[in-house]
Design a protein around this ligand. Structure first.
Ligand code: TYD
Length: 134
């Protein structure tokens, strides 16, 4: 399974670093929503869902965490530990976020506003959904 991890270019100078992300330039979709998770407890696993059409970029802008991606056939774990790394998560991809460091801030750029009807929260339903598309 191929995963797409972006390395964003910081505008660094003697004062520090700055990263700017523009839709269709640095991010391959229109950004309609931004949300972020913080104060996540050590043993928590978040996510446990897929999306029918939503695309996302996950950026751990502080601290670190790991993401398990599962396309219904293969699974892969990706670490996010730098503020300039962005993990692309396509639709039809089961995801779980875990191993959050105490200081982790996981920011998500999303291609759509929040819509519960786009979620698949049951793993067996997810497998049926992706297999039906083959
Ligand atoms: P939830 O889907 O449980 O988060 P995760 O997938 O990371 O485990 O979302 C937690 C709560 O936040 C839930 O009540 C729905 C709400 N929520 C919004 O209102 N807007 C959003 O954009 C997101 C992602 C969640």
């Amino acid at each position: 399974m191929q995963t797409i991890k972006y390395t964003f270019q910081p505008h660094g100078d003697e004062r520090g670093q700055l990263i700017s992300l523009e839709e269709f330039k640095d991010i391959p979709f229109r950004i309609k929503r931004v949300y972020y998770m913080y104060d996540t407890l050590a043993d928590v696993v978040r996510g446990h869902h897929a999306h029918k059409s939503l695309e996302q970029i996950l950026i751990c802008i502080h601290g670190s965490c790991r993401i398990r991606l599962d396309n219904g056939t293969e699974k892969k774990v990706v670490s996010l530990e730098k503020p300039y790394e962005g993990l692309y998560v396509a639709n039809n991809m089961w995801r779980e976020m875990f191993d959050f460091s105490p200081d982790a801030v996981l920011m998500v750029l999303a291609s759509e506003v929040y819509d519960e009807s786009d979620y698949i929260r049951d793993y067996d339903e997810f497998l049926k959904f992706v297999n039906a598309q083959k």
